[in-house]
Design a protein around this ligand. Structure first.
Ligand SMILES: C[S@@+](CC[C@H](N)C(=O)[O-])C[C@H]1O[C@@H](n2cnc3c(N)ncnc32)[C@H](O)[C@@H]1O
Length: 283
């Protein structure tokens, strides 16, 4: 069952925290000359047109990326993110995670973007081809199966973005299982997992992200969580914010993200808040 369409949500506050974090990971990988590989297990369509019916329906970008444009960013991570978004925004588009990866990585680095939904995959293929970047591979396959088949990379450096729709409760368990398996083969993998913060209105899914993060912490790898809460109601029933859990985070990513999010949140309304905390700290 694949009914989720990211176009309804493109550029919202959840995309902002997820993409800021992902760009921070890519930036730190770029500090060394050695090539790296990026895996995007749930890639989506790659680019979203704000004028297209789904994005235009609720205009979620208006309380997300639109609040940040024309802001003179002080944090270098926020500046990098806005610079990457700018060419898309100037033609009323928002870049999805695979487009941001393709633009942020160097020529010698590799991207594997996986998407299971046939129509989303067709768009992804077109949108990534349009960017005309080397070593960008799109796969119509299950993201976790793809991870099993394509990791560890050679050379053994890189990162994984895991961003499922969480429409089905089982997806929370799939994330834990998928990460457990990949860490057995590739211990150094830097992994960013996005998750929704859901109120009691979400029924059984209320608390599911917190339970998933607790299970991920039990894997024993260094990890921190960054969350933003937004006060305004969104069209996602019960979603009051979202977060990222970063496994094997690069040095100082927590501080860079904190600076970027502190600045971001002041633009997102007086009730918006940020929380960043280590779950397992590397000693
Ligand atoms: C939240 S969206 C991805 C957004 C994208 N990561 C971004 O930040 O721009 C989740 C995507 O995962 C796809 N999907 C759902 N289950 C999947 C699976 N098992 N493997 C790969 N893709 C899947 C959905 O079709 C949807 O396009």
């Amino acid at each position: 069952m694949l009914s989720y369409q990211h176009a309804f949500h493109a550029g919202n506050h959840a995309d902002v925290i997820k993409h800021l974090c992902w760009i921070g990971v890519i930036n730190s990988l770029k500090k060394k000359d050695k090539a790296f590989t990026l895996y995007d297990t749930h890639a989506g369509a790659g680019s979203y047109d704000f004028n297209e019916a789904m994005s235009a329906k609720n205009k979620e970008y208006e309380s997300g990326i639109s609040k940040l444009v024309q802001h003179g960013a002080k944090s270098s991570l926020l500046r990098d993110y806005l610079n990457l978004c700018e060419p898309f925004l100037s033609s009323d588009h928002y870049p999805g995670s695979p487009a941001l990866s393709a633009e942020a990585k160097r020529e010698s680095d590799t991207l594997h973007a996986m998407e299971l939904h046939p129509a989303e995959f067709d768009k992804l293929e077109i949108n990534i081809a349009k960017l005309n970047k080397s070593h960008c591979h799109v796969h119509k396959r299950d993201g976790f199966e793809g991870l099993r088949a394509l990791t560890p990379p050679k050379p053994n450096r890189g990162a994984i973005l895991i961003d499922p729709p969480y429409e089905r409760e089982v997806e929370y368990q799939d994330v834990v299982k998928g990460i457990e398996q990949v860490l057995k083969r590739w211990q150094q993998a830097q992994i960013v997992i996005w998750y929704p913060l859901l109120s009691a209105r979400a029924g059984n899914k209320h608390g599911a992200s917190e339970r998933m993060c607790a299970k991920l912490a039990e894997l024993g790898r260094p990890c921190f969580k960054a969350e933003i809460c937004v006060a305004e109601n969104t069209t996602d029933a019960g979603m009051y914010g979202s977060g990222v859990l970063v496994i094997n985070p690069p040095w100082q990513l927590n501080e860079q993200l904190e600076n970027a999010l502190d600045e971001t949140i002041t633009l997102m309304g007086e009730h918006a808040s940020v929380k960043i905390a280590w779950v397992n700290q590397d000693n």
